[in-house]
Ligand binder design. Structure first.
Ligand code: HEC
Length: 411
């Protein structure tokens, strides 16, 4: 039993690796196919009126060259006169992305909720409460979004987009008041991802299935299914850049550890939407540089707004400067108390199998080598200790700052 407790974190680390790998692969397959079809749809040109193609019911076609061959995709609106024998569906890319993503969320966050989701500086939740908040956000997100799509608002793309954006920012605000910044971010991402996959599973695919069934029964399919599917697929298209940022956001404590992390997220998501819009227009043959310009301006403004305080700002310079040896001894004690439970070759913190991010601070060498990262994570960003699990004080951060700013000497 004890041995299980010892090897479980190691096993989870491998699960993390393998499922993350899978998630990235399926995500590329899904978003890649989705980008391709959006491009295809926007690039189709109608055939000449009265031509054979037009008479066959083709509404648009294009020519492309790729991988040593020529391709000539044609789109039928709403459907070809006869159902082809073999019809390719695109759904498992989406489903497997969600399944692997949810598994990863469970492995990384739910199995280690105290360290990964709870920030007692934000809300003193139990593990189950934190997990409950996370799961509820996914379910509520989909219900609210789906109802909005079916309402009158759903017919006005721009107004709908603005409302959904504001609701997502609201969700980020709420979540950052319950969970640690990184858990709040990843749940906004999971919420958007869930909406995207549910759009495929609950609206787009069932609609396509009804169209096919009607054709099999010899009837002309009702175009409403196509229209509904298209609405969801347009939304999914604008969700892609924000959701992909969130999936990598956990590497960037400067975003999710900010005092107004929800606002940082709002800015970066908006930049993503503007940039995506540029590409959508471009595929249709319109170049509108103002959109990426706005996107980049938002990103630059965010970058400036998040600028860390200059050196000396965080440190309280001691009146009588201690000797560098005394200064390092004090810092070493702080690191031993606040960091080493996780950052050691063999961590004692439950749930950790190896030194996180490869940063081991249990010897002088490791501290010296990682001095700049220690300063960045523990002083500038206050991202470490993770969720301040080990209760590092501001005075201790100031001591680390003073040590680093006077040369980070280790003797
Ligand atoms: C509860 C466990 C825990 C404690 C305590 C902890 N850390 Fe970390 N630390 C982590 C985890 C997990 C990561 C990896 C984060 C990631 O994947 O982005 C990490 C990453 C880091 C990194 C690398 C960040 C990067 O992306 O470059 C540094 C540096 C770091 N911690 C320093 C510290 C310092 C200094 C302390 C003590 C003041 C500390 N940590 C305390 C869990 C912890």
């Amino acid at each position: 039993m004890e041995l299980l407790g010892y090897y479980l974190p190691y096993g989870l680390e491998w699960m993390n690796l393998l499922v993350r790998w899978l998630h990235v692969i399926t995500g590329i397959a899904w978003i890649g196919a989705s980008f391709y079809f959006v491009w295809l749809d926007n690039s189709l040109r109608p055939p000449a009126p009265g031509s054979d193609l037009a008479q066959k019911g083709v509404s648009g076609e294009l020519w492309a060259v790729h991988g040593g061959g020529f391709y000539n995709p044609q789109k039928y609106m709403a459907a070809p006169a006869q159902l082809p024998k073999e019809l390719h569906w695109f759904k498992w890319e989406a489903y497997s992305t969600w399944l692997s993503g949810f598994a990863l969320l469970t492995i990384v966050y739910y199995f280690n909720a105290q360290a990964m989701m709870v920030d007692r500086g934000v809300a003193d939740l139990s593990s189950w409460q934190a997990i409950g908040v996370g799961l509820a956000s996914l379910v509520v997100g989909w219900i609210v979004y789906d109802l909005l799509c079916r309402s009158k608002l759903g017919k006005h793309d721009l107004a709908f987009g603005a409302v959904v954006y504001l609701l997502l920012v609201g969700a980020a605000w709420v979540l950052t008041h319950f969970l640690s910044g990184r858990a709040a971010y990843i749940h906004v991402g999971a919420m958007i991802g869930t909406i995207m996959v549910a759009n495929v599973a609950m609206v787009i695919i069932p609609g396509q299935r009804k169209m096919v069934n009607e054709m099999v029964a010899g009837r002309k399919p009702d175009p409403i299914y196509g229209i509904r599917g298209k609405q969801r697929s347009v939304h999914n298209n604008y969700f892609t850049l924000p959701v992909l940022f969130i999936m990598i956001s956990n590497h960037f404590a400067m975003t999710y550890r900010h005092d107004h992390a929800w606002l940082v997220l709002a800015a970066i998501m908006l930049a993503g939407v503007f940039i995506r819009h540029f590409f959508n227009l471009r595929h249709k043959g319109r170049i509108a540089w103002k959109y990426p310009a706005i996107g980049v301006a938002i990103l630059l403004a965010t970058m400036v707004a998040l600028l860390p305080p200059p050196p000396g700002f965080a440190g309280n310079r001691a009146a009588s400067a201690p000797s560098s040896a005394a200064q390092f001894a004090a810092v070493r004690t702080i690191i031993d108390q606040r960091c080493v439970s996780c950052h050691a070759a063999h961590p004692t913190q439950p749930g950790f199998a190896t030194a996180p991010a490869g940063v081991a601070l249990d010897d002088v060498h490791g501290i010296g080598q990682n001095a700049a990262r220690i300063y960045q994570q523990a002083v500038q960003l206050k991202a470490m200790p993770l969720a301040n699990l080990t209760n590092m004080t501001d005075a201790e951060r100031a001591q680390v700052a003073a040590w680093f700013e006077s040369g980070a000497k280790t003797n």
